[in-house]
Ligand binder design. Structure first.
Ligand code: PEP
Ligand code: MG
Length: 555
């Protein structure tokens, strides 16, 4: 009997990926000393430089033609920067003086980067692009493969230590059929982007380093298991079954309900008018979380009430007559906003973030609420408005008053264990709760949601987290008020059934994840969900919770 090797990581995006391993190519290295070129070689070296610049620029431009939206714009701008006259002239001067082309590129780009840094603002943000160009140029001149993310011609599985969100955003789901990282947590931005792209993804998989490029692997984004050199027939069958499941999901058209007709709203997480309109064209029944701060990450100054009102109106109009939950600015910690003053803190995740900013700057919150109310009036709908990072009953009461004064429906996020424990009292003041499982996990487990080594702790299947969800959901059921989940937990189809069994009334996730969640829920009864919830709550580990729930759901 042969034993098959498996690695296990934390599953974040469901689906099966089967293919050979590819890895990001390493960054090229340059020797510290480069010597001086003889005069006779300098003309050829200059020609080599020009050819490399044209090749690298053309390659990026070609990639831009296959991309769309912001990605295409960034790639086109980068292609132009490769052949920019400014730094190209500096590099040529260095080559004329005898510096070999790779070193000339390195020095000329560095000089340019320093200049960009001094100018600051948008120019400073382009330094990463410049360094990327440096790496591509040096690799081309050294005859090495293009550094960074490969673009394989056949379906492949990308193994990496971790990826920058920009690298993840550039992945093509047609060639990269699964993504596995050794580091990176389940709620990291890499994982969130992989979910948007619909690429099966497993993070925090220890031991990846030992698997060579070219090895065939089967990745299960639901269980987190990575099989090395799997049985080809079984692997092909798993891929086919996954494709059928995806087809079933894509033909699911809502509304959300269990097989026996118990209604659960399936709603979307959005960040601006464009994402809301896209969600409106899909299966989403409304918006469960509009992360307003994400629309203003690039702003140096506070958007005016009129500007904000225009943006919020766009989102409300994407779902006429439907429920749209707008979250007030969740600035601070991993999402700093330039126009929101933030103190230097040793522990920003435990510091002045979310609704706490209103302690010193209440007018910021007031102006945002005025803008949301204005958007409600313009679109003819009544916004549901919630505050992030509520920790006390008093905070919930004060926030609710401000929202009610403007004729809107007040709610709060449950992201802090204190708020989950006192959900019953909080519900005296607000009309709904929305559980942010990403932060609630982080604060329950005292483990940074960005931490790769602690990814096992920030697993949303942690029974302690589910116990807090249960408290909040029961409090809501007791008074007949809505309790939704809008963290990444709601995007995991199996966990979504558990959440329903715990009493959650809506599931809000990235629009891409909704069909799978809705289709899964439609296959089980409410009683099965409740049994799955009981099994998960009684478990002593995430793995046990997954297994117990899976058995109760017949999966
Ligand atoms: C959460 O914490 O679960 C949540 C939805 O908010 P964010 O991910 O924006 O912090
Ligand atoms: Mg949060």
């Amino acid at each position: 009997m042969t034993t098959r090797t498996v690695l296990v990581g934390t599953p974040v995006v469901p689906g099966i990926g089967y293919g050979s391993v590819v890895r990001p190519a390493p960054m090229p290295e340059l020797a510290a000393e480069c010597g001086i070129l003889p005069e006779s070689a300098r003309i050829d070296e200059a020609a080599r430089f020009h050819t490399a610049a044209t090749t690298v620029s053309d390659r990026i431009r070609l990639r831009a033609t296959h991309a769309s939206g912001a990605a295409a714009e960034v790639l086109t701008a980068t292609a132009s920067l490769v052949v920019d006259r400014g730094w190209n002239r500096d590099a040529m001067k260095l080559i004329d003086a005898g510096t070999p082309a790779p070193h000339a590129v390195d020095q000329a780009i560095e000089k340019f980067a320093v200049k960009f840094e001094r100018i600051g603002g948008l120019m400073a943000e382009r330094i990463t692009d410049l360094r990327d160009i440096r790496n591509r140029m040096v690799a081309e001149l050294q005859g090495l493969p293009e550094p960074g993310i490969p673009q394989p011609a056949t379906p492949s599985v990308l193994f990496a230590d971790d990826l920058a969100p920009a690298d993840t955003a550039g992945l093509d789901p047609r060639s990269i059929v699964a993504l596995v990282t050794e580091f990176g947590g389940p709620t990291s931005h890499t994982a969130i982007i992989a979910r948007q792209l619909g690429i099966p993804c497993v993070v925090a998989a220890a031991g990846l380093g030992a698997i060579e490029a070219g090895t065939t692997v089967l990745v299960n984004g639901e269980s987190g298991v990575i099989e090395i050199e799997p049985d080809a027939e079984l692997a092909t069958r798993a891929v086919t079954e996954d494709r059928i499941a995806r087809d079933v999901a894509s033909s699911w058209s809502g509304p959300g309900s269990t097989r026996d007709g118990y209604r659960v709203a399936i709603v979307a997480n959005v960040q601006d008018g464009e994402t809301a309109q896209a969600a409106g064209r899909g299966v989403a029944e409304g918006v469960g979380l509009f992360r307003t701060e994400l629309a203003f990450l690039d702003r140096d100054t506070e958007p005016t009430v009129a500007e904000q009102a225009a943006l919020y109106t766009d989102v409300l109009r994407a779902f006429p007559g439907k429920k749209v939950v707008i979250r007030t600015l969740d600035a601070g910690s991993d999402k700093p906003l330039k126009f929101v003053p933030s103190p230097v803190e040793a522990n920003p995740a435990l510091g002045v973030r979310g609704v706490r900013i209103a302690r010193d700057y209440p007018e910021l919150l007031d102006r945002q609420l005025d803008a949301i109310a204005e958007a409600g009036a313009r679109s003819g709908s009544t916004p549901w408005v919630m505050a992030p990072m509520i920790a006390t009953v008093e905070e919930a009461r004060d926030f609710a008053q401000k929202v009610r004064d403007r004729g809107m429906v007040p709610g709060v996020m449950i992201e802090v264990p204190a708020a989950a424990l006192l959900a019953g009292q909080i519900l005296h003041h607000v009309d709904f709760l929305s559980i942010g499982t990403n932060d609630l996990t982080q604060y329950t487990m005292a483990a940074d949601r960005m931490s790769a080594p602690l990814a096992d702790l920030t697993d949303p299947w942690q029974p302690a987290l589910l116990a807090l969800v249960s408290i909040a959901a029961r409090a809501g059921a007791g008074v007949g008020k809505a309790v939704g989940v809008c963290g990444e937990a709601a995007a995991d189809a199996r966990l979504a059934c558990v959440l329903v069994g715990l009493g959650v009334t809506s599931l809000s996730a990235a629009p891409n994840a909704l069909p799978r969640v809705g289709a899964q829920l439609a296959t089980v009864t409410l009683e099965q969900c409740q049994n799955a919830a009981a099994a998960a709550l009684a478990a002593s580990s995430p793995a046990e919770a997954r297994a117990g729930a899976g058995a109760a759901l017949g999966l």
